[in-house]
Design a protein around this ligand. Structure first.
Ligand code: ADP
Ligand code: MG
Length: 272
């Protein structure tokens, strides 16, 4: 790259190149040095404007940063496994293909809308919640994933340490929080109240994705109180896409097992 730079047509003064290198280092944007040099001849050949050239150089830096930032955000999110939209076979869930496609564009995050994925075990709720989270992380959003039980543990710890408001404020800086497996375990009343505070604190500020094996009508049993459940569902669903997944478990495909025993809130841990 550098070898061809100052041969025939380059008119870039060496001093300017040196200065670019110095300034790029000062900005901690070392890729600018390389992109500026590489694109300079291309810009001269193609008669780019100064603005076109500057935009192209900065664009290289930004996309490189986004790529490495995305990796960091995906790792920091705590997904149980990295699953993507491309891995998901929509032939098993044709009814939601379009809705998921629209959500994958990420507009729901800008509007602080929520997504609720309902359906029986093994239908792809965790997969799709993760895939939406990965897409969000790639688009520059900070994401955190945990099960409902884990969220309650974290909030309980913060509450006991007298830092619940600070913790909720910290979590609001995440554009997306995923709460997996609402309903696998019922909550104690204190836990239900803490969970309610999480939902309230994000309401119209930042997005939540929730997954549950129970329809909303079963949430009263999870939160131990119909009134708390109703107030929570009200806030979650006010600005939300609710997607219902159907059919047999993807895990059990081809095993000659068509359906699982019906699920009650007291079933306990059926997931790994
Ligand atoms: P749920 O959370 O609804 O119980 P998961 O999302 O954990 O289900 O899905 C169970 C397993 O099956 C996961 O490994 C997931 O990646 C896979 N899976 C489920 N549905 C699909 C699908 N339509 N296409 C590809 N993999 C799927
Ligand atoms: Mg799951």
């Amino acid at each position: 790259m550098g070898a061809t730079r100052n041969t025939t047509k380059s008119t870039a003064p060496t001093e300017a190149v040196k200065q670019i290198n110095y300034l790029a280092a000062a900005l901690k944007a070392p890729r600018i040095t390389e992109a500026a040099a590489r694109l300079a001849d291309q810009a001269r050949d193609a008669g780019w404007t100064h603005e076109d050239y500057l935009a192209a150089v900065l664009e290289r830096e930004v996309s490189a940063r986004n790529a490495s930032g995305a990796q960091l955000r995906i790792r920091a999110a705590g997904f149980p496994g990295v699953k993507t939209m491309e891995d998901f076979d929509f032939d098993t869930q044709p009814a939601i293909r379009q809705q998921i496609g629209a959500l994958a564009s990420g507009g729901f995050l800008a509007e602080a809308r929520n997504v609720v994925l309902l359906g029986p075990p093994g239908t792809g709720k965790t997969h799709l919640a993760t895939a939406l989270g990965v897409t969000a992380a790639r688009a520059g959003h900070r994401v955190l994933f945990a099960t409902a039980t884990d969220w309650v543990t974290r909030l309980t710890d913060a509450h006991r340490a007298g830092r619940l408001p600070a913790e909720l404020a910290r979590l609001r800086r995440y554009g997306l929080i995923i709460v997996d497996e609402v309903g696998y375990l019922p909550f104690e009343q204190d836990a239900a109240n803490l969970f309610f505070q999480l939902v309230s604190s994000r309401y119209e500020h930042a997005s939540l994705i929730l997954t549950s094996n129970l329809p909303f009508s079963g949430w009263g049993g999870v939160f131990g109180d119909q009134a708390v459940a109703a107030a929570m569902i009200d806030r979650i669903v006010h600005h939300a896409d609710v997607l219902t997944l159907k059919g047999a478990s993807y895990r059990l495909r081809g095993r000659g097992i068509d359906s699982l025993p019906s699920i009650r809130t007291t079933t306990g841990q059926t997931e790994s």
